[in-house]
Design a protein around this ligand. Structure first.
Ligand code: FES
Length: 158
C-alpha cells in the first residue's frame, strides 16, 4: 500500500477509536486495542497519532503496546492464535495441544509464519477453563481440544 494511503488509514483508524472511546487518557488501552484491531497491529505512526491526540508521552503508549498480549507493534498474521497457557488448561492436556500447534505450524511462541498467514501467541486464562484446553483463532474459541484435532481446526482456515 502507498505511504499516503497507509497514513490515511492510520488517521482514520485513530479517529474512529477516539470517537468511540472519547479523547480520554483513561481509555488508552481500549483505544489502542481498537486501532490494533482495525489495522492489524500498531505501527509507530499510529502510536504517535494516539499520543498526539491524547497528549500522552510516546514511551507510555509504547509500553502499553508491548505489555498487553492483544496488542502488537509488529504486523501479525491474517489469523492470530491465542493459546491459553494458564494452569487449569495446562493440567487437562494443554501442554500436548500447545506442542501440536507448534509442530503443525512450525512456529515458536510469538512468531508469525513467513507467508503471513498465522501468528502463534499465548495468553492467560480466557475464562473458559471448564472446557480446557482452549485456544482462540481470531475471535473463535475452541474448547476441549485434543492434540489430534489441531490439524483439522487449522485446516478450516485454508
Ligand atoms: S485456564 Fe484456560 S481458559 Fe481458564
Amino acid at each position: 500500500m502507498e505511504q499516503n494511503n497507509n497514513g490515511k488509514m492510520i488517521i482514520e483508524a485513530v479517529d474512529e477509536a477516539i470517537d468511540k472511546f472519547g479523547n480520554n487518557r483513561d481509555e488508552i488501552i481500549p483505544i489502542l486495542n481498537e486501532v490494533n484491531r482495525t489495522i492489524g497491529y500498531l505501527p509507530k505512526e499510529a502510536l504517535e497519532e494516539v499520543g498526539k491526540r491524547l497528549q500522552s508521552p510516546k514511551s507510555q503508549l509504547f509500553s502499553a503496546a508491548t505489555f498487553y498480549h492483544m496488542l502488537s507493534v509488529k504486523p501479525r498474521g491474517r489469523h492470530v492464535i491465542q493459546f491459553c497457557e494458564s494452569a487449569p488448561c495446562h493440567v487437562v492436556g494443554g501442554r500436548e495441544v500447545w506442542q501440536a500447534l507448534q509442530d503443525e505450524l512450525q512456529l515458536q511462541p510469538g512468531e508469525t509464519s513467513p507467508d503471513g498467514k498465522w501468528s502463534l501467541l499465548t495468553t492467560s486464562c480466557l475464562g473458559a477453563c471448564g472446557v480446557g484446553p482452549v485456544f482462540l483463532v481470531d475471535e473463535e474459541l475452541y474448547g476441549n481440544v485434543q492434540p489430534g484435532q489441531v490439524k483439522d481446526i487449522l485446516s478450516k482456515y485454508e
